[in-house]
Design a protein around this ligand. Sequence first.
Ligand code: GUN
Length: 295
Amino acid sequence: MQLLDGKVVSAAIKVQLKAETANRLAEGKKIPHLVVIIVGNNGASETYVASKVKNCEEVGFGSTLIRLPEDVSEETLLSKLAELYHDDTVDGTLVQLPLPAHISEEKVILAINPAKDVDGFHPVSVGRMVQGLPTFIPATPYGIMLMLEHYGVQTSGKHAVVIGRSNIVGRPMSILLSSQHAYGNCTVTVCHSKTRDLASFTREADIIVAALGRPGFLTADMVKEGAVVIDVGITRVPDVSKKSGFAIRGDVDFEQVAAKSSYITPVPGGVGLMTIGALLKNTMAACKMRAGELS
Ligand code: GUN
């Protein structure tokens, strides 16, 4: 069993981006600037946005965190996004999800400038991804692809089972794995909450991506010997032994499943770190594209 180590791969991405940013600065070129918006104070979202800002700082990017109260109106958020749409100092804009129920996620995503859509959630980005055109790929699936590439995990002709069909992970993951490129070319099955006998699909899978948000869901009896197992779960579960009062658990029963798998991602230290690395790569790409350096 080989661990797909998010620490190693994301550190390599950050070293490369940090050097590239320093070179840009020395050459008088624009430095990437990411704006992150958080609405309310959901604990998990707070942790993610803090990490996004911190990682920007670590590689030398500019970053701005905009905090809006839980009861902010949809109109106020949309007008902030309209401002950022045209602000030339901003390369990437993202609004942390989920949003409070009174705000339409769809309207918010549509209000982001597609040229700054580093989350890859705008329909323009999604459409381009589906058609295999250059675009921003949502950070979690992009991070997983970068990890497969880093470890040279062969995907062509393999049967991949993706559990979950969210716009953030499952759906884009299924598209990328089936696309025609070096780390795609899989035959993909998408399983979800209405799938009957889900284990009958996972047992046949060469590659499993578990992105359903149910701690320890994927057990050893559901996995074929030698499978590649990617765990996207990051659920907080109560744990009195931790200072924070919680531990992070993935969707995979790691101990049992690791013994059967060829490659597996740990939680924490796997996909979560890759998500940040991918977001940073998207932000650098947005900066270069807006500066006319990329087509
Ligand atoms: N919430 C969970 N994952 C993500 C993500 O990748 N981007 C944003 N904006 N919100 C999220």
